[in-house]
Design a protein around this ligand. Sequence first.
Ligand code: FAD
Length: 359
Amino acid sequence: MTVTREQVLTGWGRLAPTTARVAAPATADEVVSLLQTTAAGSGQRGLIARGLGRSYNNAAQNDGGLVIMTERLRRITEFSPATGTTTCEAGVSLEQLMSTVLPAGWFVPVSPGTRQVSVGGAIAADVHGKNHHVAGSFARHVRWFDLLLPDGREQRVTPAGDPALFWLTAGAMGLTGIILRAQIQLTKVQTSRVRVDTDRTADIDEAMAILAAADQKCSYTVAWLDCLARGRHLGRAVVTSGDFAAISQGVCSQESRFNAQIMLGLITALAHDIELRDVVRERMIEPRTNAIRKIFERAVERGEVSPERNLDLLVSLFPALMIQQVLIVGELPDAEFSERVINDVILPLATASTNPFNS
Ligand SMILES: Cc1cc2nc3c(=O)[nH]c(=O)nc-3n(C[C@H](O)[C@H](O)[C@H](O)COP(=O)(O)OP(=O)(O)OC[C@H]3O[C@@H](n4cnc5c(N)ncnc54)[C@H](O)[C@@H]3O)c2cc1C
C-alpha cells in the first residue's frame, strides 16, 4: 500500500498554502489503488495529480484531500531514434526527455520557460513554448495518453479516436483524470546548438516590429519588455530569436576561428615538418573530423545513413575541400561555401540510397 503523509503545498508563486495528504506511487497500479480507496462516498475530498509543482498558482494542492505526486513515475519506456517518438510515464520531466533524446538528434517539440515540468503537467496545462507561432502548444505533439478516469477505468485517448476527451484533458489542469503515460512526437534537430540573434529596441513599437519580423525567420522568439520605463521608452525590449544550428553552421563557426594566412603557411610547412604535421593532425584536424564523425554515427543510429557507408571517407571530405579552397583561392572559405559542401555534397553522399563510393 502506498504511504501517505500530510504536507503543506503551494504553487511556484508560493501563494495560498494548503495542507493535503500526499502520496508518491511508484507504479500506475498503485495510482489505481489510491483512486479506489479515495472513491466518492468515502468522505474525502477526492484527489488531484501533481507534477513538479511549477504552476504559478495553487493548481495542484487539494486542501484537505489527496494529492498524487508523479515524481516516481519517471520511466521512459520507449524511444525510437528512427521516428522520434517516445513513450514515457507522466512524471518524466522535460529535462529528462531532453537529455535522453538530444544526443540522438531529437528535441522536445514544445518547451516552456523551465524544463522542470513533468509530461503530465505539460499536457494538463497544454503548455506553450517560444516556438508557439510554428509548433503550437504541447498537446499538438501528443499521439496518445493513458488517462485514469474518476470512475477507475483506464482509457487510451488519441486526438483522432476521442477528440473531445483529448482536447478537454489538454488544458484541463488535471480535472478529467490522471494522465499515467503518453507518447510524444519529438522534433528533429541537426545539432544541439542554437544560433541566436539579440536586438535591443527603443520602444514598444520597435519591439513589436522586430518580434513580428523575427517570427517570420525563426522558430524561437521571445522578448523581455521594460514596463517600468517611462515616456517614449515604455516597452523598450530585448528581443531574442533563434533556431537550432544546422550541421554546417556548427562546423563553420569552428573553422572561422582560423585565419587563412595561418592555414596557408601551415599547409606549406606541413610538407616538410613531420612533428608539426602530427600536432596539426592531433589539435586541429582530429577534433573537427571527430565532431563530424559523431554527427554521422548518430545519423547511422537513427537509420538515416547506412551502417555500410564508409564514414572515414565521408568525414575526410569536409577538411579536404576546405584545404583545397585555401590552396587554390588563398582564402579561408566563407560560411556559404562550407554550408554548400555539407548540404550539397556530404549529406547527399551520406544519405544516398545506393552507396556512391561503390558505384
Ligand atoms: C520559471 C517558469 C517558467 C514557465 N514558463 C512557461 C511557459 O513559457 N509556457 C507555459 O505554458 N508555462 C510556463 N510555465 C508554467 C508551467 O509550464 C506549467 O504550470 C506546467 O503545468 C507545470 O508542470 P508541472 O509538472 O510542474 O505541473 P504542476 O504544477 O505540478 O501541476 C500543474 C497542473 O497539471 C496537473 N497535472 C500534473 N500532472 C498531471 C497528471 N499526471 N495527470 C493529470 N493532471 C496533471 C495538476 O493537477 C495541475 O492542475 C512556467 C513555469 C515556471 C515556474
